[in-house]
Design a protein around this ligand. Structure first.
Ligand SMILES: [Fe+2]
Length: 119
């Protein structure tokens, strides 16, 4: 068998491995902003925002992987982990709201706007 032939197998396990490799290369290993250019007084807020982005991305990844698998035990664990990632979002958000009082006010405004426009 040629050395590269395994890459073209299309079983769900191979597809998942390929997707995880792409995800790790493109998402987890890179911070989406240059933290070196952030002012010192904003650094912790930016770190926490990056954390929230990473956790939301993880929720999306695990839920997509859960949709792909045909094994209930794998699906169950992936969805359980996705739920845990939502907790991590909340942890980062709680820390961010300690650092960014303007965000608290804007979250309230956003919630009020949705209520006004949808009720
Ligand atoms: Fe997490």
């Amino acid at each position: 068998m040629p050395a590269r032939a395994w890459r073209f197998k299309s079983s769900p396990a191979h597809l998942i491995i390929i997707l995880i490799k792409i995800y790790l290369k493109n998402m987890l290993s890179q911070i989406p902003i240059d933290l070196g250019k952030v002012k010192k007084e904003n650094l912790n807020k930016e770190i926490l925002r990056v954390g929230i982005i990473a956790e939301l991305d993880a929720v999306s990844l695990y839920e997509q992987l859960a949709e792909m698998t045909d094994k209930e035990n794998i699906k169950t664990i992936l969805l359980d982990i996705a739920k845990e990632e939502k907790t991590h979002v909340g942890e980062f958000q709680a820390l961010l709201l300690n650092e960014d009082k303007e965000q608290i006010e804007e979250l309230k405004k956003g919630e009020e706007e949705v209520k006004e426009k949808t009720s």
